[in-house]
Design a protein around this ligand. Sequence first.
Ligand code: HEC
Length: 259
Amino acid sequence: MAYVNSVHFKFLPMSMRMLFTMVLMVFGPGYMMAMFQVWESHAGRDGNPMLSAQDLIIAYSGNKEGTKLESALKGPMASMLDDANKKVIFTWLHQGASQDKFNKTINPIMQDHCVSCHNAAANPNLPDLTAWAGVEKVAAMDTGVTLPTLVRVSHIHLFSITFIFFIMGFIYSHSYVRPLWIKCVVVSLPFLSLLIDVAAWYLTKLWTGFAWAVIIGGLIYGVCFAIMWFTSIWQMWFYKLPQELVDASGELPSIHGNN
Ligand code: HEC
């Protein structure tokens, strides 16, 4: 009898087919939940409810327009300052809000236009803009997920997804797919795109274009997951075996000829 790893589903013991099927039945909804979770935690950051590259850029590299100061000057404080001065402040924020430039150019603007209300004596509930300490807080940039968080999420992600795709690939390897290279690609791609995906989380901090690698990596393992899931269920229960396989007692052809 052939080694059980190298035979087609239909030649596996019934209990093993049941085991595989049940694992797939749980993995299917599990994958849906994972995708829903990605959607929930990322979509809409850019103001548009769809999930977009911009959402991922904001999640991983932050939002340079996301300071309290800028949103206030574009929102409730818009009438407190003329456009030219607003532009000076925005430019300063986008360049990293240095204390140096604050002292030279920004502080004078604030002294003229803001501190009449924004000082601790008059309004203890408003941000105090009389000095750097208070300004720093509203000028703090949203720099996205922090590195320690990324490291924590990556190691969980790398281990758990590898585990899932190992099981998926192991089950799927009992299917009959020609040409053989397609099967090899479907089994390997999830691991490669997992590495690319996780690397791109970090790289997006350096160059926002890498957000696309996150999206493409995610799509690739989604597609591979679907291919492995449907092929396995289909071949396990509904597939009519080709004669070649029946003749070989279900042994999947390997490089070593007919073993
Ligand atoms: C006439 C008084 C007044 C002046 C002048 C004023 N503000 Fe305000 N500011 C307020 C009040 C009141 C609030 C809180 C209510 C609100 O958000 O509408 C506020 C809110 C803010 C907030 C939001 C704080 C938060 O927690 O989100 C920021 C930032 C801010 N102001 C910055 C400025 C800047 C910069 C200027 C100068 C260009 C300025 N303000 C001028 C009265 C003022």
